[in-house]
Write a protein that binds this ligand. Sequence first.
Ligand code: HMG
Length: 412
Amino acid sequence: MNARPESSVGIDAAAFAGPRGCLDLADLAAARGIDPAKFLQGLGQRRMAIASPCEDTVSLAVAAADRALSAFDIDPGDIGTLIVGTETGVDHSKPVAVYVHELLGLSERCRTFETKHACYGAMAGLTASMDWIASGRARGRKALVIASDIARYGLGTPGEPTQGAGAVALVIDRRPRLLTIDPSRIGDFTRQVMDFWRPLYSKVAFADGHYSIRCYLDALTAARADAVGPGAELLDDLAACLYHVPFVKMAKKAHQRHLEIERGAPLDLERDADRHLLAEDHGRRVAPWLELNAEIGNIYTGSLFLALIDLLRQAADRFAGRSISLFSYGSGCGATFCLGEVAEAASDWSSALDPADDLARRRMLDITDYERFVRDGESADTAESLDPAAYGLGEGLFYVGTVDHQRRYVRG
Ligand code: HMG
C-alpha cells in the first residue's frame, strides 16, 4: 500500500526506447587510431546507440511513450499535457510533440508543446508538469513528458565517442508509483555560456568540450545551493545521486564536486584518503546506476532519466522510502537540482522498466554501416522515400521520407 499523501507529485511511469543499431566504442577507437582505453576507461563508455535515417526524434518518442502507457496500464485519454523535450527537433515551427500526440492517439483536450534547452528540456517539462498538477489545472489528468534526442557530433571530433540516441517517457501524476519529487527543494540555475550549441544550419553539435565540463560543474554547485542552501549537508541522507550523463565519467566528476561542496574543500586525488573517499562514495551512490548510460551513450535530455530507470530496475526494493538527488544540466546553460523519494511499491515495476531485452536484440554496426547511416542522415530530411529495410529495420514506426514538404511516418 502506498501511504503517500494525495498532494505528492512525481514520476508515476517511465520507459526507454532506443534505435536498433549500436556501435562498439572499441571499434570506433580502432577506426580512428585511438587507444580504446581512452573511450572505455577515460570516458567510461562501452557502446553508443546509433539512429538510422528512419529513426528520428518522433519515432523514438512514440516508442518510449507507447511502452510507458501500456506497461503501467495508463489510458491515453487521461493525458492532459504532453511535453517533448528535445534539441533534435524535426521542424523549425511544428513541435515534435504534435506528431507524437497524433501517433499516440491522445485526446484533443490536451495542451501539447516542445521544450528546447539542450539536455535540460525534459527536466523543464517535468517541473512545469508538476506545477500544472499542483495548480489544480490538471483536474485529475496526468502529464506525459518525453525526452527524445539524437546526439550527433562530427566524425573524428572529440565529441564523436559521446554520441547516442533514444527517448525516455515519463508520466507525471499525483501519488506516483515510482518517485515523489519534493517541490520545496528544487533549485534552478541559468547562465548564457557557449559550451555546446548547434546552429540552425548544422546537423552536428559544436562543443568547447573541456569548458563545457567546467560549466556543468559550476551549474551543479549553483543549482544545489538554490535547492537546499550552499552549506547544507545532504549526502548522509541520500541513497543515490543521479546526474546528467553526457558520458559516464562525467557523473564521477559531478560526484567529486558534490563531495567537495559537502566538506567545503577540494579533494586532492593525489592523496590516498581523498581518492579512497571518492572511489567508495561514487561506487556506492553513483556508479551502479550508469550501466544503461554506458551501453547507450548520451541521449541528451533523457540521460538523467536513463540513470533513474537503471536505479529503479536494480534497487527499487532496497531504496523504497529513501531519498535520491537528481541533477539535470543543459548546455547553454540551464540546470535543476532536486530531491526525490523512491515509492514504497516501486519495485513492483522494476521488470516493466527494464530495457535489457531490447538492448540484447540490438544490431552491432560496423564502421562502414555507421558512417553510411551518418552520411544518409545528412539528406534524410529532404529524401522523398526512405526504406527502413535498407537499415535493417523490421517492425515499428519509422520516418519514411518527406513529400510536399511533409514528413511521413509508417508503422511497419
Ligand atoms: P578529449 O579532449 O578528446 O579527451 O575529449 P581527454 O583528453 O579530456 O580525455 C578524456 C578522459 O580520458 C580523461 O580523463 C583522460 O585522462 C582519459 P579525465 O582526466 O577527465 O578523468 N584518457 C585515457 N584513459 C585511459 N587510457 C588512455 C587515455 N587517454 C585519455 N589511453 C571531451 C573529451 C569530453 C571534451 C569530448 O568527448 C567532448 O567534447 N564531448 C562533448 C561535450 C561534453 O560531453 N561535455 C560534457 C559536459 S556538457 C554536457 O553535459 C551537456 C551536453 O550533454 C549537451 C547538452 O546539454 O545538450 C554535452
